[in-house]
Design a protein around this ligand. Structure first.
Ligand SMILES: C[S@@+](CC[C@H](N)C(=O)[O-])C[C@H]1O[C@@H](n2cnc3c(N)ncnc32)[C@H](O)[C@@H]1O
Length: 196
């Protein structure tokens, strides 16, 4: 099933759009500041209106690319953050072929249908060289079944196992701050994975 993200933006049906970066991102940016500062290139896939990518670009010293498959998302990101140094890129994560020292994940993984989930891992593994990082605020969201989305849910234990083949988990915790409506144990997990 191909989900029409453009149609959702055109209809203004964007419940994920909160008008701000994830509240836990500022904590991640200070706790793991070296990861963000040392990365020469950072990718934010499924960046939507770009709030996370913009916040990251304020700390990062390298290039930040905000990527989205929906033209409306990329247009929104560039008009909401006109002074930003982020490169807003229209494209499909699975077709991306540049290499990134760090990929920041937030509500892109849960946007990917179950049948493409493995492609997500293969793609981020391909784009991140050994020693690079996948940092994310994952949205396992047990309120949604794995096949009923987006967002497509995943069991917390499965999420922890899912990336192990290619990455080593270096740190994780449930966010202490989140958006209104996403509160609750086991709904989100911040993780830092290092590419093997
Ligand atoms: C749930 S929204 C989250 C947007 C943003 N991360 C946020 O939290 O506001 C998922 C986003 O992923 C984008 N997306 C879905 N599949 C994609 C793909 N294969 N490549 C790039 N972007 C994709 C959608 O267009 C949408 O903007």
């Amino acid at each position: 099933m191909t989900f029409n993200w453009s149609a959702k933006y055109q209809a203004g049906e964007t419940p994920w759009e909160k008008g701000a970066a994830h509240p836990e991102l500022s904590f991640l940016l200070s706790k793991h500041v070296d990861l963000f500062k040392n990365a020469r290139r950072i990718l934010v896939p499924g960046c939507g209106f770009g709030h996370d990518a913009y916040a990251i670009s304020e700390v990062a010293e390298g290039d930040v690319v905000g990527l989205d498959i929906a033209p409306e998302a990329i247009q929104g990101a560039s008009s909401l953050h006109p002074q930003s140094s982020v490169e807003w890129r229209l494209g499909d994560l699975f077709a991306e072929d540049e290499s990134f020292d760090l990929i920041f994940e937030h509500t892109c993984f849960c946007a990917i249908p179950l049948e493409c989930r493995l492609d997500y891992r293969r793609t981020v593994s391909r784009l991140i060289p050994s020693g690079g990082y996948l940092v994310g605020i994952f949205f396992p969201n047990p309120d949604h079944e794995a096949d009923q989305g987006p967002p497509f849910g995943i069991e917390m234990a499965e999420l922890r196992r899912f990336f192990e083949e290619d990455f080593e988990l270096q740190w994780s915790r449930e966010p202490q701050q989140t958006f209104e409506g996403r509160e609750g144990v086991g709904r989100e997990l911040a993780m830092v994975w290092c590419r093997k």
